[in-house]
Design a protein around this ligand. Structure first.
Ligand code: ADP
Ligand code: MG
Length: 254
């Protein structure tokens, strides 16, 4: 088992955003989390990536108990993520965004950068090389010198995923990767997610585009008011009465 949560719980004041969620992700899977707004999906990501401490319950990753581990140690542990709203530098080029992302994840400190030390020069070469590989993988080599503000929404989504790949994660968490892009672009993005899995990276995504989720995911977990109400194959989920009532019944997800 790659990731395992047991009765994972998060309260914000009097609100239980995540309520005793027990879930497992196997190596090599594409898993999706769906549910209405406010269901606790992003909170689940925030807990399993160590962004927020949990209130109770346990998290283990690659057999190691991660409960209570500080955020920066999670980042090195093999879990990479994107955020619901992408944090890109729109005035900088596609390539520079990746290089900046790579730098912030390697050991190069501010002083190294200022004094152009040997290590900084070595890391600079390494970060350019790594950025080039990722650009190729996410299909953005041709626009690498464009400012991010000039590229399409879909290309920006790819870049955000590329930034999360910089840490070479074993598990990649994508929070609404297809939000704000059109139908045709959604299938492009789905292809990239398949490619990531083929490269040996396990993927867990939160997504409202139900058709995309049904085509892509091996397994789906459904959250509602912080509670897991269903888990199963896309077929199981689309036939589940509780899920239809809580979520799939809404016409906006068709
Ligand atoms: P989803 O991603 O499924 O839309 P979230 O996990 O973002 O839902 O939110 C679940 C609930 O927790 C919501 O009621 C939200 O308002 C609340 N919540 C999330 N993050 C915080 C926070 N940092 N502080 C207070 N409440 C929060
Ligand atoms: Mg969310």
């Amino acid at each position: 088992m790659l990731l395992k949560t047991e009765a994972l719980t998060k309260n914000f004041g009097g609100l239980t955003a995540l309520n005793k969620v027990t879930f497992e992700i196997k190596e090599g899977e594409i898993v999706a989390i769906i549910g209405p707004n406010g269901a606790g999906k992003s909170t689940f990501f925030n807990l399993i990536s160590g962004f927020y401490p949990s209130c109770s319950g346990r998290i283990s990753f690659m057999g190691k108990d991660m409960t209570g581990t500080p955020t920066h140690e999670f980042a090195c542990s093999g879990i990479g993520r994107t955020f619901q709203t992408t944090n890109l530098f729109t005035d900088s080029t596609v390539l520079d965004n990746l290089i900046i992302g790579y730098r912030s994840k390697t050991k190069m400190g501010m002083l190294d950068a200022i004094f152009n030390t040997k290590r900084a020069r070595r890391d600079e070469g390494a970060s350019r090389e790594k950025a080039g590989e990722i650009l190729e993988f996410i299909g953005l080599t041709e626009v690498k010198n464009q400012p991010v503000g000039n590229i399409s929404q879909e290309a920006a989504k790819r870049l955000a995923i590329g930034l999360a790949l910089v840490t070479e994660p074993r598990l990649l968490l994508l929070d609404e990767p297809a939000a704000g892009i059109n139908h045709g672009e959604t299938s492009e993005l789905a292809n990239l997610i398949q490619k990531i899995r083929q490269a040996g990276i396990t993927v867990c995504l939160i997504e409202h585009k139900v058709q995309m989720v049904m085509n892509l995911a091996d397994r789906i977990m459904v959250l509602n008011y912080g509670t897991k109400i269903a888990e199963g194959t896309p077929k199981d989920i689309s036939n589940n009465d509780r899920v239809i009532e809580a979520y799939l019944g809404g016409a906006e997800h068709a």
